[in-house]
Design a binder for this molecule. Structure first.
Ligand code: NAI
Ligand code: 13P
Length: 320
């Protein structure tokens, strides 16, 4: 089996490192200078510093070379996915494309699988998602992920080809549920970070995680997800990880909101755009999503943390 990872950020690089024992692995960067630097330094100093790239990984900025592989993992931020696919559309036609991003596209309200289906209609799409920090994967720490794919036979092949000694893949055919769990947990992580950053305490975080999970389920079921998918790695599992660790960029962004300090604008924080997308869809569908709406307002600067908490606590009392 040969795999190429398109997108040499933290996650793409960590997956390439993890997959090296499974066959031929190519890591593609759109940036020729970055590819050259990684090839010679054997490290992604920009996005995954401190972890060596195994000698077997081929690093390239040549897309023709990268797209020769049997399986292509697409590891770019959600809001860049459509551009990335369109730019290479002819090379990607008919390929097995495994999206590795978490989010809802702001311009369309779609998740990664639907964006692949729209841009490369004859591709064979799948999604890799679940609780996993790039750093943990790259260091070979044990990690379990969900592989979502509607085609059973392709799913079995991918599960086999992408499982490694420390990366254990579970299959599901529920692509909607898997992509929404991964997208929506980032929104809740921003909210939890903001609560902790503002000194509101662990009880407030537990309340936000639980009520946030209720919103995730409501939203995902409305879009056709299966309830059990949300209870699995791609939903609850990733919610727990991301809302409770400072390794999460979404959580750290929330912390900075709570502490009222600047956050590096070059850092990928998927939950910001997804909170807006989610809020727009929920409003159109008449769905009650108070935490997501509040996170969207907090992230855009429309609300302070104090105003956000007051608004959430003053909502009408109801059954759980
Ligand atoms: N970092 C992590 O621990 C994890 C990240 N993810 C997901 O993986 C996705 C990517 O995240 P990271 O790799 O962490 O982000 P990152 O910010 O480290 O890297 C993003 C990469 O995408 C590339 N890129 C951006 N636009 C592009 C385009 N149009 N064409 C080609 N390449 C493009 C950038 O050059 C950069 O190398 C996100 O959706 C994230 O939620 C999922 C699990 C874990
Ligand atoms: O998705 C992740 C963990 O599963 C990574 O989270 P962040 O994007 O918040 O860093």
């Amino acid at each position: 089996m040969s795999v190429s990872v398109l997108g040499s950020g933290a996650f793409g690089t960590s997956l390439a490192i993890s997959l090296t024992g499974n066959g031929s692995v190519t890591l593609w960067s759109r940036d020729q200078d970055q590819a050259h630097h990684m090839q010679t330094a054997r490290e992604n100093t920009q996005r995954l510093p401190g972890v060596a790239l195994p000698a077997d990984i081929k690093v390239t900025s040549n897309i023709d070379q990268a797209t020769k592989a049997d399986v292509l993992l697409i590891a770019v931020p959600m809001q860049k996915l459509r551009d990335a696919l369109q730019a290479q559309a002819s090379d990607l036609a008919g390929k097995t494309l495994v999206a590795c991003c978490k989010g809802i596209e702001l311009s369309s309200g779609l998740g990664p699988i639907s964006v692949i289906q729209q841009t490369i209609p004859d591709a064979r799409p799948a999604l890799l998602t679940g609780p996993s920090f790039a750093d943990d994967i790259a260091r070979g720490l044990p990690t379990a992920l969900t592989l979502a794919c509607a085609d059973d036979s392709l799913s079995l092949t991918l599960q086999h080809d992408l499982t490694t000694a420390n990366l254990r893949l579970y299959r599901t055919t529920d692509m909607i549920g898997a992509e929404l769990g991964g997208a929506l947990k980032n929104v809740m992580a921003i909210g939890c970070g903001a609560a902790i950053g503002a000194g509101l305490g662990e009880s407030a975080r537990a309340a936000l995680m639980t009520r946030g999970f209720a919103e995730m389920q409501r939203f995902a079921l409305m879009r056709g997800a299966r309830p059990d998918t949300l209870m699995g790695l791609s939903g609850l599992g990733d919610l727990v990880l991301t809302c409770s660790s400072e390794l999460s960029r979404n959580y750290r962004f929330g912390l900075s909101l709570g502490r009222n300090i600047q956050f590096d604008t070059h850092t990928t924080v998927e939950g910001v755009a997804t909170a807006r997308a989610m809020t727009e869809i929920a409003t159109a569908e008449g769905l009650d999503m108070p935490i997501s709406t509040t996170v969207a307002d907090l992230s855009s600067g429309a609300y302070s943390v104090t105003e956000a908490i007051r608004a959430l606590l003053n909502r009408p009392l109801k059954e759980e």
